[in-house]
Design a protein around this ligand. Structure first.
Ligand SMILES: Cc1cc2nc3c(=O)[nH]c(=O)nc-3n(C[C@H](O)[C@H](O)[C@H](O)COP(=O)(O)OP(=O)(O)OC[C@H]3O[C@@H](n4cnc5c(N)ncnc54)[C@H](O)[C@@H]3O)c2cc1C
Length: 444
């Protein structure tokens, strides 16, 4: 089916072909459809003039129907130009169901979000390696930086963050690979296979926005810390380090900002009717709890279908004693996170202060929406803790792997609490924010 796109402004521009989303604004996301556009960039662009004869932009693409309005002047990622492009009567092929563009593009979003997480982990690794190297060369207060305990501690915290980000990213890649390359019928027990597939799909859907948003935030923090590790030199353009910080700052923005992704995670919870929470907790508990703990748990989860996997994959290994406390911290925190998410999704009539919420759905949404960012961070911290412990528990792991897992698990893993929900007060949030605005306005 061919369509003519009448008008749309896009940020991106590819040399070969582009995919654009066309929207009917009055229909919200339901009006968004997915189109394929051949840019025909082989044509030389022709600059067009405005009424006064000044350069206005450049026409590109199929019969000049793509109009490049201007290149953006960006903070970073200048190696990759970003343009405002106007489409005027551009031939395009509708490649999703009409109005179902978001669902059509969702697979691509999973991949681009994974790419974002890869860039985040890579930026962290780069700055951390550079900073560690610099610490062996630079002397301050008559010693190399690497001889100063406080500086070493700073570097070590960066290293733990970097390892955590990498493990989370690789886990999403593993789940995506499993989803894409699945060969049905490998397991003898078909029911069990279906359950495992569903579990992995839920985990992938939950962890994709979380990994993107969390690693991006970590990257900005770690790269900024890394820049500081070079002292004044880190601020100088000729070192290339300011460029790294500028490039990193886009990671929490494109492919969805932190808030937008946190709300995406909330949608996953709703869409799965909280089943994803069961899978999240199962995945962590089955790995680390002894059978005794699992079956004494008050949690009404049926683990039986996972038991074959438990033994088949050799997961019943005993954790080294050094990892028992971290594992316990991660499990306890994961339960709190899941309890909070369940609580806020359940038919609660009152929120915190005892205030009755008449419109239950709206009330629940408000608590969940306002807490979405902290909830996403909590999921991320627990899951990264789980991965670091997992990594440290295999034969061949180093003492430093154990230490990294311990360091990670000692931080506050769960940032939400069902008891603390009275602190989610949208009206007061708004009042606080608007008060600042009022103070900035000149008196009448
Ligand atoms: C260098 C660069 C290149 C880009 N390249 C591309 C590209 O190739 N293709 C493409 O399609 N896009 C591209 N983008 C666009 C990018 O994806 C968007 O800028 C980004 O998703 C944020 O959307 P926005 O700019 O509309 O911000 P807004 O939606 O206006 O967000 C502003 C602020 O409001 C918050 N916010 C918005 N909605 C909510 C909500 N419901 N609840 C809570 N908070 C909210 C956001 O978190 C953010 O902090 C690019 C952007 C940049 C900077």
């Amino acid at each position: 089916m061919h369509k003519l796109l009448s008008f749309i402004i896009c940020f991106c521009y590819s040399l070969f072909l582009s995919i654009f989303l066309s929207t009917s604004p009055d229909q919200g996301t339901k009006g968004i459809s997915l189109f394929y556009v051949e840019t025909g960039f082989g044509h030389r662009g022709m600059w067009s003039k405005d009424d006064k004869g000044a350069d206005f932009g450049v026409d590109l693409g199929v019969e000049q129907s793509l109009h490049l309005r201007r290149l953006k002047n960006k903070l970073g990622t200048r190696q990759l130009p970003t343009a405002e492009i106007e489409l005027r009567g551009t031939p395009a092929i509708l490649i999703s169901e009409e109005g179902r563009g978001i669902s059509g593009v969702s697979k691509m979003l999973t991949i681009t979000r994974l790419h974002n997480a890869i860039s985040s982990a890579a930026a962290m690794r780069r700055i951390t390696s550079l900073a560690i190297d610099y610490a062996h060369r630079r002397s301050a207060f008559s010693r190399h930086l690497i001889e100063h305990p406080l500086h070493v501690h700073t570097l070590s915290c960066m290293e733990v963050e970097t390892r955590g980000a990498l493990l989370l990213t690789l886990e999403v890649a593993r789940l995506l690979g499993a989803a894409e390359g699945r060969n049905w019928g490998q397991q003898e027990d078909a029911q069990q296979e279906i359950k495992m597939v569903i579990r992995d799909e839920h985990l992938l859907r939950l962890l994709t926005p979380i990994a993107k948003l969390y690693t991006a935030k970590q990257a900005v923090r770690v790269v900024s810390e890394g820049l500081e590790c070079f002292g004044g030199e880190g601020y100088m353009e000729e070192t290339g380090i300011p460029c790294l910080l500028r490039d990193t700052q886009v990671l929490p923005i494109w492919e969805g900002t932190t808030n937008v992704l946190a709300l995406d995670m909330v949608r996953v919870l709703h869409k799965s009717r909280a089943a994803v929470l069961t899978h999240f907790l199962d995945h962590i508990e089955v790995r680390y709890c002894s059978c005794r703990v699992i079956f004494q748990s008050s949690n009404p989860i049926n683990f039986s279908y996972l038991l074959p996997l438990f033994f088949q994959e050799g997961l019943s290994h005993h954790l080294p004693s050094t990892l028992k406390t971290p594992a316990n911290q991660v499990i306890q925190a994961s339960r709190l996170v899941v309890d909070f998410a369940r609580w806020s999704m359940q038919e609660e009539k009152s929120v915190g202060t005892g205030k009755c919420i008449e419109d239950n759905d709206k009330g629940i949404l408000q608590v969940l929406e306002s807490s979405a960012r902290n909830l996403a961070y909590s999921f991320a911290r627990c899951y990264v803790g789980y991965l670091l412990i997992d990594h440290a528990s295999w034969t061949g792991a180093q003492a430093t792997d154990v230490f990294a897992a311990q360091r990670w698990s000692n931080q506050q893993l769960c940032l939400v609490s069902a008891q603390g929900c009275h602190s989610v007060d949208h009206a007061m949030d708004k009042e606080l924010v608007n008060e600042s605005l009022r103070k900035m306005q000149p008196p009448h």
